[in-house]
Design a protein around this ligand. Structure first.
Ligand SMILES: Nc1ncnc2c1ncn2[C@@H]1O[C@H](COP(=O)(O)OP(=O)(O)OP(=O)(O)O)[C@@H](O)[C@H]1O
Ligand SMILES: [Mg+2]
Length: 243
């Protein structure tokens, strides 16, 4: 389970003003559940997610993974069990696609052969055949292809938890649809506890067991698709307007 309890992250902005990037957010994602975070640009989604794997430390509040405060986890162990898909893919530019995906396996002491097999099967899963894409560099890929490599890399060590920052953002509707199906299939097979950021409320309804709506650092509402659809909050109403 992933839990945030009264978590706030404040940055000091120009003229010493406080930017409450994440403002008193409390939420729970049960084992096997997917929470989709949705909100306007700058509402604190990426910040909220980076607090979970300790890329960012909170100003106040507590974050628990698997029932334990993240500060009590060994940092390497914590990150190993949390796959992270960065916004825009976040690939290492000087490594090939295969090297990017296999990096964590190599660091984990897998043999070359084991790593190669894993890379092949992950690339197959995201519809980028190893033969055509394995030896390319990120700059030689489209934005959507880079995102898919980012998803493959996050899954490489078969982590129990997944943080996905707009993983399907740059994809055309057809590929997006395919990856949604893949995602739901994986979810059925292996119960991963996931937080996924999206700008697309329809995507949130398709993929999320829970939907969290953020606005200016605050979690406006968290609940099921039905809860969100029934909301009378004006901000949520405006999000729903596009569906
Ligand atoms: N290192 C930083 N220093 C100062 N302010 C920051 C920093 N990182 C983020 N912020 C601010 O915190 C707020 C939340 O940023 P965050 O990246 O979490 O938004 P987001 O919801 O992920 O937006 P987007 O949808 O555009 O990715 C923004 O106002 C941003 O400018
Ligand atoms: Mg973001």
């Amino acid at each position: 389970m992933i839990e945030l309890i009264e978590v706030t992250k404040t940055y000091i902005g120009p003229n010493q003003t406080n930017i409450r990037a994440v403002d008193s957010v409390s939420l729970q994602v049960e084992d096997g559940q997917t929470l989709c975070l949705i909100g306007t640009s700058g509402s604190g989604k990426t910040t909220a997610m980076k607090l979970v794997n300790r890329l960012i430390e909170p100003t106040s509040g507590t974050i628990r993974v698997n029932g334990r405060d993240v500060r009590e986890h060994d940092l390497i162990q914590l990150r190993r069990q949390i796959g992270y898909v960065l916004q825009f893919g976040g690939l290492f530019p000087h490594q090939t696609v295969a090297e990017n995906i296999g990096l964590l396996c190599q660091m984990d002491g897998w043999t070359k052969q084991q790593t190669l097999e894993r890379v092949r099967s992950l690339l197959h899963m995201v519809n980028l055949p190893y033969e055509s894409y394995g030896s390319r560099y990120p700059v030689e890929l489209s934005g959507g292809q880079r995102q898919r490599v980012g998803v493959a890399r996050a899954l490489s060590l078969d982590p129990q938890y997944l943080l996905m920052d707009e993983p399907f953002g740059a994809l055309d509707p057809i590929t997006r649809h395919q990856l949604h199906d893949e995602f739901l299939e994986i979810k059925q097979k292996v119960q991963k506890t996931t937080i996924l950021v999206t700008h697309d409320i329809k995507e949130a309804f398709i993929l999320g067991d829970l939907i969290g709506v953020m606005d200016q650092g605050r979690l406006v509402q968290i609940g099921s698709t039905e809860d969100i659809q029934a909301s009378t909050d004006p901000f949520i109403q405006s999000l729903l307007h596009n569906v």
